[in-house]
Design a protein around this ligand. Structure first.
Ligand code: SAM
Ligand code: SF4
Ligand code: F3S
Length: 493
């Protein structure tokens, strides 16, 4: 397996394929007497979402319109499923949805189905689609997203299914792609791809290949462009952003990215995901404390509070080591929020191990926890461990853990009540009814109303709220969010 940087020749071929597809779909559209549509389903993490923004950009360049039908299973002329394989239920979800599309293909509502993403790196999944879902036209893995138009064109020309699974790890800069961003104010910016950590339970290193970092200069150029385009929040992405730069020869680290990015004053929020405790540097925490536009939120996966379990997970830190980082974060980033991932029921986890996890959750006073029941991922080391935990024990422990973590999240929300916090507005709340939503710099979700005296002021425009900053007085707390009333805009507009 090798890492291959895509070059200008690849880009020429990419652009030519996009152009040819544009012609092809225009012809189909004429035949149907209406614009052609696409539907894109994203099953995975934020890196998967970032890939989908690129896929959406390419689909638009092909002349396709996003299907106006809402819901996951909207019929569309071209359907792309961007899969995730991190846990078993993600796999089940795809196969369930693929089954539903059979009828859309039969009725002619759907002409093309492409399946990509992490599940396609697992040979059994590809085999299952080959055998049981003959109406899928194209299968490709996440490393080949930069070849999507080329592969799609090939499949359509050959008029038969195309399967392209590469043994190489490619790296393409974001400038290679047309990108259609999901949100007007937030840009997802992957800074690295793949993972070298091989935690024994995890499929990601197999699905996403070896760790490789984008060029520092290209990232900075992209950030400057995003700022000038009006983006107010950037989310720097990688499976382990703290090991950014290893393998590049300019010596730049993740802290250097944060340092430079935070000098771009147009950005109100610089967020990042994910950090691994083994690589998190003190300089990153110092910068989080010092720079006003770096979020005061650290997501740092703990996975387990037992050193024995951590060892078997191949997570090279101890519970005490984790607590040292947590304490340093709490001391340097005042009022910051600390969130984590925890797996329950890892092979060999004893009741004593599990109790240690509960204890450390309380000590760390996590502001939110993403809790998962261990899911066997075929091909990973832990799948071969002999002492898998019975399902009923896992369920029982999971219930105890979520009771605790829910109460920690509630307490974290409660602490905000009575305070005025600056919010970056994300839009109209899902709850509707004149309620808006946004996030604090600590990533707490805030639903709020806007008093009439603000709404009635000249220049107020509901459609232009996304990405604006305002102060909200927090008055009420819910289990996972808080409610409040807006006091004023704070961005001077
Ligand atoms: N790279 C990130 C890190 O190490 O912090 C994690 C990324 S992973 C996509 C997100 C989370 O999924 C992990 O932190 C872990 O808690 C969970 N996860 C991964 N594999 C799992 C498995 N086999 N069963 C249950 N949860 C799993
Ligand atoms: Fe998976 Fe571990 Fe890599 Fe995170 S660091 S993606 S959990 S192997
Ligand atoms: Fe899933 Fe792949 Fe992300 S397995 S969690 S989509 S890296």
């Amino acid at each position: 397996m090798s890492v291959i940087k895509v070059n200008n020749t690849d880009k020429l071929e990419f652009d030519r394929a996009l152009e040819e597809l544009r012609g092809y779909f225009a012809m189909l559209s004429e035949g149907k007497g209406r614009p052609l549509t696409y539907s894109l389903m994203t099953y995975g993490c934020q890196l998967n979402e970032a890939d989908s923004e690129k896929l959406a950009g390419m689909l638009s360049e092909m002349g396709l319109e996003k299907s106006s039908q809402s819901g996951e299973l909207a019929p569309a002329d071209v359907v792309v499923m961007n899969t995730c394989s991190v846990r078993e239920n993600a796999d089940k979800h795809l196969f369930g949805n693929l089954g539903v599309y059979k009828s859309f293909c039969k009725s002619g509502e759907t002409s093309v189905i492409a399946v990509c993403g992490c599940m396609m790196k697992v040979p059994e999944n590809v085999e299952k689609i080959r055998k049981s879902y003959p109406y899928v036209n194209l299968i490709f893995d996440p490393q080949q997203i930069h070849r999507f138009p080329i592969l799609l064109l090939e499949a359509l020309k050959k008029r038969k299914r195309s399967v392209s699974i590469s043994g190489d790890d490619y790296i393409a800069e974001d400038s290679y792609f047309p990108i259609e961003r999901e949100r007007r104010f937030r840009a997802l910016v992957p800074i690295m791809y793949g993972c070298n950590n091989f935690c024994t339970y995890c499929i990601v290193p197999y699905a996403r290949g070896r760790e490789r970092s984008r060029s520092f200069g290209e990232i900075m150029k992209e950030l400057e462009t995003l700022a000038s385009q009006g983006y107010r929040e950037v989310m720097l992405l990688g499976q382990n952003v703290n090991s950014y730069g290893k393998g590049n020869d300019d010596g730049k680290t993740f802290a250097d990215i944060l340092d430079e990015a935070s000098k771009i004053t147009e950005f109100s929020r610089i967020r990042f995901m994910s950090s691994h405790p083994k690589d998190l540097s003190d300089r990153v925490i110092d910068l989080m404390g010092e720079r006003p536009n770096i979020e005061k939120h650290l997501h740092l996966a703990l996975q387990s509070g037992s050193d024995e379990v951590l060892k078997r997970m191949n997570r090279p830190y101890t519970a005490e080591g984790y607590m040292k980082i947590a304490d340093n974060f709490r001391a340097k980033v005042k009022g910051g929020s600390l969130t984590t991932d925890i797996i329950v029921g890892f092979p060999g986890e004893t009741e004593e191990d599990f109790v240690k996890t509960l204890e450390i959750c309380e000590r760390a006073a996590f502001d939110a926890c993403f809790t998962f029941q261990y899911s066997i991922r075929p091909g990973t080391k832990a799948a071969t461990f002999p002492d898998q935990i019975p399902a009923d024990v896992v369920t029982e422990r999971f219930g105890r853990l979520t009771d605790l973590t829910n109460s920690l999240t509630e307490a974290s929300c409660n602490r905000l009540v009575g305070q005025t916090k600056e919010i970056l507005i994300e839009g109209i709340s899902k709850a509707g009814g004149g309620v808006y939503s946004g996030r604090t710099i600590t990533n707490h979700l805030v639903n709020f109303t806007i008093p009439d005296e603000i709404k009635n002021k000249e220049g107020f425009c509901e459609d232009a709220l996304e990405g604006r900053l305002c102060d909200v007085n927090i008055q009420y707390s819910r289990p996972y969010s808080v409610d409040g009333v807006m006091e004023r805009f704070t961005d001077g507009k």
